[in-house]
Design a protein around this ligand. Structure first.
Ligand SMILES: Cc1cc2nc3c(=O)[nH]c(=O)nc-3n(C[C@H](O)[C@H](O)[C@H](O)COP(=O)(O)O)c2cc1C
Length: 280
């Protein structure tokens, strides 16, 4: 088994028929890094060098962008009071306050609209796609940032929970019209190795010719069991036990369906409309 097959097996908790690539083959290091991805939430106090951060920005902004419009803004929250105000909004995520660098990745549909004004053209696409394009661009930039950070020996944790406090976050960081937060990003030198989280198998995600989820019930049971064999969620982490109890087997699908059974971020559409987006 090659190193990449081992990493792929580790990622999915099962052997996969992936191409055998020699460890020293060109690009093998990149493939291995992708397979080894992990989120980091605990950091050393060691600061991130400014030129390293600049390198990460450069790598992040090398991501592809829809129509080359480049609809992203990154706010680095440096001011201690602002940083504390953001951390205080999400007290159960201590890493927001403790990471050496905290960034806010935003979709930015403002720049192109300002450019339209400057160049005397109409921005004729203020519909849902304008939002989606900026969100997609931002997600790609974030992924490049994470990959670059990990290659530089750093660790990241994206923070979508900023959207639970979208108005407060927008006020703290003075987000103007047509700019919206996609996610925060904690960055620093990891203090722990972290762990590889077991993914749903490709057979549940990749469809041949047409969408087919007819095997979902059996596939998800197998995934829950496989994942549980690698990491068992401890009872103290079960969600909403008062409402739903503590079953003998508490797998990923029980955990995630409990998570999404609680409504949140209801004010996102209202935020976007108030910031000038038409979502029609
Ligand atoms: C868009 C996005 C938002 C996320 N938001 C949060 C968050 O608010 N808090 C957090 O602790 N982790 C957050 N995460 C990290 C995920 O929980 C993590 O990626 C997932 O559990 C899979 O683990 P892995 O990245 O280590 O493979 C986020 C990840 C993404 C991609």
């Amino acid at each position: 088994m090659s190193k990449l097959s081992e990493l792929a097996a580790q990622r999915f908790g099962m052997a996969l028929d992936v191409a055998e690539v020699a460890e020293d083959a060109p690009g093998a290091e990149v493939l291995a890094a992708l397979l080894s991805h992990r989120t980091h939430r605990r950091f050393l106090d060691t600061p991130v060098a400014e030129d390293t951060l600049n390198l990460l920005y450069a790598c992040a902004l090398s991501a592809p962008a829809k129509s080359d419009l480049q609809q992203v803004a990154i706010i680095r929250v440096r001011d201690a009071a602002k940083r504390q105000a953001i951390a205080d909004l999400m007290p159960d995520m201590a890493w927001i306050g403790t990471c050496p660098v905290f960034l806010l990745f935003c979709g930015d549909s403002r720049r192109i609209r300002r450019l339209c004004e400057l160049r005397g053209h109409t921005f004729a696409n203020n519909h849902l796609d304008a939002f989606l394009n900026a969100a997609a661009d931002t997600a790609l930039v974030m992924q490049n940032f994470i990959t670059a950070a990990q290659a530089a020996g750093l660790g990241c944790c994206p923070i979508s929970v900023v959207r639970n406090h979208i108005n407060a976050i927008a006020e703290i960081t003075a987000l103007p019209e047509h700019v919206f937060p996609v996610a925060g990003m904690c960055l620093g030198h990891p203090s722990h190795a972290g762990f590889v989280s077991t993914r749903l198998p490709p057979e549940m995600i990749v469809h041949d010719d047409q969408y087919d989820d007819s095997q979902l019930p059996t596939q998800i049971d197998a995934y829950d069991q496989r994942r549980n064999g690698i990491y068992t969620i401890p009872p103290e982490k079960y969600r909403m036990t008062a409402e739903h109890g503590s079953p003998d087997f508490y797998g990923w699908s029980e955990d995630k369906t409990r998570q999404v059974s609680v409504r949140e971020r209801e004010d996102l559409a209202e935020y976007l409309r108030r910031h000038g987006f038409s979502l029609d």
